[in-house]
Design a protein around this ligand. Structure first.
Ligand code: ATP
Ligand code: MG
Length: 568
C-alpha cells in the first residue's frame, strides 16, 4: 500500500477524551474513528489488524475441529422470549421494530439463534458432538461505552457453540477450545491468564475468562499463591473481622444533618467506616429486598442474585426506596424495616454497636445490635472479595491484578436446549435436551488489548502476528529519482515475494515520516535515502529493539525476508 494514496490519518496531538493507551494510539495512529458513542469506523490500518486477529482465530478454531457459519445480526423477539432473555437481558439488548411493529433483537450473542438451527436440523446422538462458530458484528447497548473498542456498543466477536450428548463430551470440547484460546493469545504475544468467572446473563455453571494483564483493565482478578484465580465478581473468600471485644451499649438516635455517604457520616459521628453498616435496597424479580454490608466493603450483586435465586436484580428506584423506608434516599437502615427480607453478609454477623440509617431524614441510630434491635432473614457471602481478604481454599492472603477480559467460555448445560425444547434421540431411543457450551472472544477488544501491552513512548509496537503490515519502506526524499527507483524496486519485489508492504512515498519531511512510522508501529522499517545509497545500502530498523543495520541494496530482498523470519 502506498501511504500517499492511503487513508492513514495520524495525529500528533493527544485525543481529548481517550483515557487508555490503546484508545489514544488507535486514534492517533489512524486505526479508527468514532462515529457516535461506542460505535467506530475501522480505517485501513485498523481493519488490517482486525483481519490479522480474525485469521489466527479462524485457524485455531478450525484446528480445534469447529465449523464456521454466519448467523443473522437480527433475530425475532419470539426466540428471546422462549429462552426468557427478552426480559432478563435488560437495556443492554438492542431492540428494534420492523415496519409492522414486530420486535427484533440486534444480536449481543447467539445462543437462541444457534439453538433454533440445531433443534430443527439435528435429530440423532450419532450427529454429536459438533461446534459451530462465527465472526460477526455484535450489538450491546452498554451503560458506559468507553476505552474505544474495549467497551463498544457495536463490536466484532467470535462466538462458538458446542452441542453434546453428555457432560464428558462437553468437558472434552471445553478443554479443546480453551487450548485453542491459549494458542491464539500466545500467537498474539499477549501476557494473559485464564481465571474462574461468574456466569451472568449467559447462564450455566462453569465458566472461565481469559484476562490480558493490564492496569487499565476493567476487570479485577483475585489471585492466591495456591493457584486460585477468579474474577472479583466470582471470587470467594473470607472477609477478616475488624472489631475487638466490646460490650453492647444502649441504642441511641443521632442527628446527622447533611451527612449521607459513609465518609460523611463516619466523620460526623467520629466512628470508623466499618462500624457503619450499609443498607442497600434492591429489587429482585420486582420485589424489594434489603442487603446489609459492612461500611468499608461493597456488595457483590452477582452473589446476592445467586443467594436470592433470581436472575433479575437491580438497585431499587428512589420511589421504591422511599416507599420501603418511609424516608428519603440515603437513610435506609434495618431497625423497624417492615415487609422486606433482610440479607446480610457474613462480615456483619459478629459486629456489635453498629451505626445504621434511621429510616428518617438526617438521622442515624448508633450502638445498634442485631437480634436485640433488628432481625436478619439470612446471612450469605455477598461481599465483593478484595486483595487482603483470606483465600477460601487455603487461608492465605489474597492478591489482585487488573485485566482486560478478551474471552469467556461457559458450560451452559441444558439451559437453552431445555427452555427452547431442543432435543436429540439418544441411543436408548429417548429424546434428551442437547448439552451445550459457548465460547466468546472479542476480536476488536483483542486488538486493543494487544496495543495495551505492546507500545512505547513513540507509539504502537506491533507483534508480528497482529501488525497491519510487517514491513514499511520509508523514502527519505521522494523527489530523488534514484531513491525512488530503489524503493519502488524493493517494494515490487517484496510484494512479489508475498510480503505486505507499506511504502511511505509521501512528499513530507523525513522527521514527520519517522515519527509517523514509530506511531503506527510496523515491526520492520526499511529506510531508503541518498546518504545510504552512496554506500550501496538501505537501513533496516526493528521497531521493538530500535536496532539499526545497513543492508546492501543488491541483496535487500533476501535480507528483509531473513530479518522478518527472526521477528515476532
Ligand atoms: P464484559 O464483562 O466485559 O461486559 P461479557 O462478560 O459481557 O464482557 P461475553 O458475553 O462473554 O462478555 O462476550 C464475549 C467477549 O466479547 C468478551 O470476552 C469480550 O472480549 C467481548 N465483549 C463483550 N462486550 C464487549 C463490548 N461492549 N465491546 C467490545 N467487546 C466486548
Ligand atoms: Mg458485558
Amino acid at each position: 500500500m502506498r501511504w500517499s494514496k492511503a487513508l492513514i490519518p495520524t495525529h500528533k496531538e493527544e485525543p481529548a477524551d481517550a483515557e487508555t493507551v490503546s484508545h489514544r494510539l488507535m486514534l492517533r495512529a489512524g486505526l479508527m474513528r468514532k462515529l457516535t458513542s461506542g460505535v467506530y469506523n475501522y480505517l485501513p490500518l485498523g481493519w488490517r489488524a482486525i483481519h490479522k486477529v480474525e485469521r489466527i482465530v479462524r485457524e485455531e478454531m478450525d484446528r480445534a475441529g469447529c465449523q464456521e457459519i454466519l448467523m443473522p445480526v437480527v433475530s425475532p423477539a419470539e426466540l428471546w422470549r422462549e429462552s426468557g432473555r427478552w426480559d432478563v437481558y435488560g437495556k443492554e439488548l438492542w431492540r428494534v421494530q420492523d415496519r409492522n411493529g414486530r420486535y427484533f433483537a440486534l444480536g449481543p450473542t447467539h445462543e437462541e439463534v444457534v439453538t433454533d438451527i440445531v433443534r430443527k436440523e439435528v435429530r440423532s446422538y450419532r450427529e454429536l458432538p459438533f461446534t459451530l462458530y462465527q465472526i460477526q458484528t455484535k450489538f450491546r447497548d452498554e451503560l458506559r461505552p468507553r476505552f474505544g473498542v474495549v467497551r463498544a456498543r457495536e463490536f466484532i466477536m467470535k462466538d462458538a457453540y458446542s452441542f453434546h450428548r453428555d457432560d464428558a463430551s462437553l468437558d472434552e470440547t471445553y478443554r479443546d477450545i480453551c487450548d485453542a484460546y491459549d494458542r491464539i493469545f500466545n500467537r498474539l504475544s499477549l501476557t494473559f491468564r485464564p481465571v474462574e468467572a461468574a456466569t451472568g446473563a449467559i447462564g450455566g455453571s462453569v465458566s472461565h475468562e481469559y484476562m490480558v494483564l493490564s492496569d487499565t483493565g476493567e476487570s479485577e482478578v483475585i489471585v492466591c499463591d495456591c493457584g486460585y484465580a477468579a474474577t472479583d465478581e466470582r471470587a470467594e473468600g473470607v472477609v477478616r473481622p475488624v472489631q475487638g471485644e466490646e460490650d453492647p451499649k444502649d441504642m441511641e438516635r443521632a442527628d446527622t444533618p447533611d451527612a449521607k455517604t459513609i465518609e460523611e457520616v463516619s466523620e460526623f459521628l467520629g466512628v470508623e467506616p466499618w462500624r457503619l453498616v450499609k443498607t442497600i435496597i434492591y429489587e429482585a424479580d420486582g420485589k424489594p429486598v434489603a442487603a446489609l454490608i459492612r461500611g468499608d466493603r461493597e456488595i457483590n450483586e452477582a452473589k446476592l442474585a445467586l443467594a436470592l435465586g433470581t436472575d433479575i436484580l437491580e438497585p431499587a428506584s428512589p420511589e421504591i426506596i422511599e416507599k420501603v423506608t418511609a424516608a428519603p434516599v440515603g437513610f435506609a437502615g434495618p431497625v423497624g424495616l417492615k415487609g422486606v427480607e433482610i440479607m446480610a453478609d457474613h462480615s456483619v454477623e459478629p459486629l456489635v454497636n453498629i451505626v445504621v440509617g434511621a429510616n428518617e431524614s438526617d438521622a442515624h441510630f448508633v450502638n445498634v445490635n442485631r437480634e436485640r434491635d433488628f432481625e436478619v432473614t439470612a446471612f450469605h457471602d455477598i461481599a465483593l472479595i478484595a486483595k487482603g481478604d483470606e483465600c477460601a481454599k487455603c487461608g492465605r492472603e489474597l492478591n489482585s491484578f487488573r485485566g482486560i477480559e478478551v474471552s469467556q467460555a461457559f458450560k451452559l448445560g441444558t439451559k437453552y436446549s431445555s427452555s427452547m425444547k431442543a432435543t436429540f434421540l439418544d441411543e436408548d431411543g429417548v429424546a434428551k435436551p442437547f448439552i451445550m457450551g459457548c465460547y466468546g472472544l472479542g476480536v476488536s477488544r483483542t486488538v486493543a488489548a494487544v496495543i495495551e501491552q505492546h507500545n512505547d513512548e513513540d507509539g504502537i509496537v506491533w507483534p508480528m502476528a497482529a501488525a497491519p503490515f510487517p514491513v514499511q519502506i520509508l523514502v527519505i526524499n521522494v523527489k530523488s529519482e534514484e531513491t525512488m527507483k530503489v524503493a519502488e524496486d524493493l517494494y515490487g519485489k517484496l510484494r512479489a515475494a508475498g510480503v505486505d508492504v507499506l511504502l511511505d512515498d509521501r512528499d513530507d519531511s523525513p522527521g514527520a515520516k519517522f515519527k509517523d512510522a514509530d506511531l503506527v508501529g510496523v515491526p520492520l522499517r526499511i529506510t531508503v535515502g541518498e546518504r545510504g545509497l552512496k554506500r550501496g545500502a538501505v537501513e533496516a530498523r526493528v521497531r521493538r529493539t530500535k536496532e539499526q543495520t545497513d543492508i546492501p541494496v543488491e541483496s535487500a530482498v533476501e535480507e528483509v525476508l531473513k530479518l522478518l523470519e527472526t521477528l515476532d
